[in-house]
Design a protein around this ligand. Sequence first.
Ligand SMILES: Nc1ncnc2c1ncn2[C@@H]1O[C@H](COP(=O)(O)OP(=O)(O)OP(=O)(O)O)[C@@H](O)[C@H]1O
Ligand SMILES: [Mg+2]
Length: 269
Amino acid sequence: MKIVICGKGGSGKSTLTALLAAFLAEQNRGVLVVDADESNPGLYRLLGFESPPRTLMDLLGGKDSVREKLRRKIRNEGREEVNLFERERIFPGDIPGDFLRRWGSCLLVVVGKVARAREGCACPMGVVAREFLRRLETPPGEIVLVDTEAGVEHFGRGLETAVDGVLAVVEPSLESVVLAERIRDLAIGSGAHFLGVVLNRLTPEAEVILGEEVKRRGLPVLGRFGVRPEFTGASLRGERVPLSEEIRGELVHILQGIQGRILERAIRS
Ligand SMILES: Nc1ncnc2c1ncn2[C@@H]1O[C@H](COP(=O)(O)OP(=O)(O)OP(=O)(O)O)[C@@H](O)[C@H]1O
Ligand SMILES: [Mg+2]
């Protein structure tokens, strides 16, 4: 099951990704985290790793090489097969060790990061993320979590078409709800499955207002987190996000909601 986590900047996408990954790893469930955020470098820290793995962009020979292949593909207009990845199917075991981080049953893969000034747009990384996810084969029961850059740019690159579901994290701002609605519409528009929203950083007052806003827009709520100073603390210290019984309970609820929505769709189709 491949899930992409979207939402407004700073809404809590990486925190939720790290919480779900830590919880699944604790249960010994296979989880592969794909860091598809081209800007923020620090997801590996929230997962408890000391350094990031080498990137998929490096694995493919670097940004210039990927860009050249994409140009060839466009020039060819499909006459010659130009594949970014050699294999049609990629198993996590095929990924060389340098390009992975592993903690128990949790694996981390990083697509690529913008490193230099004037190095060009991040589109090649978006294509690599999409093609990697399309080809990625995981055993049944294993979960792939894709952490994305803020906003909806990745929708232009079709990332959502390579996964089983799209989830949006919403913080207490109207912008964030409106963006979640947009994410839902873009996902549905490209035939992807919109799973719902996770409301984050809630105060009691915000919970009421935000609850009404998402209800009015017909956005299914998968879970809720209040203001959690321990999340901010971990992020500030560059440490793994901590789990507590209360948080575990909410994560179970979110995972059940995701599974329920995916089953629902499978039954309908
Ligand atoms: N429920 C919460 N309570 C308190 N702080 C939180 C909560 N959720 C996230 N944070 C903090 O908010 C900040 C932004 O969170 P995070 O990095 O997960 O957001 P993001 O959506 O991934 O951001 P970006 O768009 O920059 O990738 C971090 O410092 C994080 O620790
Ligand atoms: Mg992030």
